[in-house]
Design a protein around this ligand. Structure first.
Ligand SMILES: [Zn+2]
Ligand SMILES: [Zn+2]
Length: 212
């Protein structure tokens, strides 16, 4: 098996980082958070010869999950995650989309919800599931210790943290998720987040104004 690699496809008017995680050798992988622009995602997979084995969702917001059902049908794969606490969000993606004038959105029914402590994998790449509520009640983070890598969705950003004014959001809960579940994983863990550039936990622990 090869190394774990990641490619980012910005999707939706929110420029959400739809992320393709894949093995450099056998070119199998997963698509994390296909919020929309499904034709673009399919084009990138094809251009790089990557076979997606599943769709993984970090949480149920429109910019992350809005294209999941369409992509699932196009690829013939399962939708895995997030935590079941985001079911009300996934059941109302059409409503979320209407607020932002987004069309072509469908409500999403995952094939499998995830709980804290479970693992998900493709090939030899195993990710621990961390339930990190606060931005959304069912938000999960995918953590790969071997690669020293995490996909943190909208929990943590470079220099910022997720907003907490949406359904089920709570700022104290979010900060607790970051400080108790993410930062203890180690300063050298690199992460990709839902919007903007990624970072390392150590850089955020020392310099993120919401955490120091
Ligand atoms: Zn979000
Ligand atoms: Zn987002």
């Amino acid at each position: 098996m090869g190394q774990l690699n990641a490619g980012i496809v910005p999707v939706t008017p929110f420029q959400q980082n739809c992320t393709i995680l894949f093995d450099t050798e056998d070119k199998t992988g997963v698509v994390v958070d296909p919020g929309g622009d499904v034709e673009t995602i399919l084009g990138v997979l094809k251009a790089h010869g990557i076979t997606a084995k599943a769709i993984w969702l970090t949480h149920g917001h429109i910019d992350h999950a809005g294209g999941a059902m369409e992509l699932k049908e196009a690829l013939g794969v399962d939708i895995i995650g997030p935590h079941e606490a985001d079911k009300p969000l996934l059941d109302n993606l059409v409503g979320q989309g209407q607020k932002f004038g987004m069309t072509g959105v469908r409500n999403c029914t995952p094939d499998r919800f995830l709980a804290d402590g479970e693992t998900v994998s493709f090939g030899n790449h195993v990710f621990q599931v961390l339930h990190c509520p606060g931005h959304a009640p069912g938000h999960v983070v995918f953590y790969n210790p071997e690669a020293k890598f995490a996909h943190v969705g909208d929990v943590l950003f470079r220099g910022s943290v997720g907003r907490t004014d949406l359904y089920g959001g709570d700022h104290d809960t979010l900060i607790r998720s970051i400080k108790e579940k993410l930062l203890p994983l180690g300063d050298d863990i690199g992460f990709i987040c839902g919007h903007g550039a990624g970072s390392r936990f150590g850089d955020e622990r020392r310099g993120n104004p919401y955490l120091v």
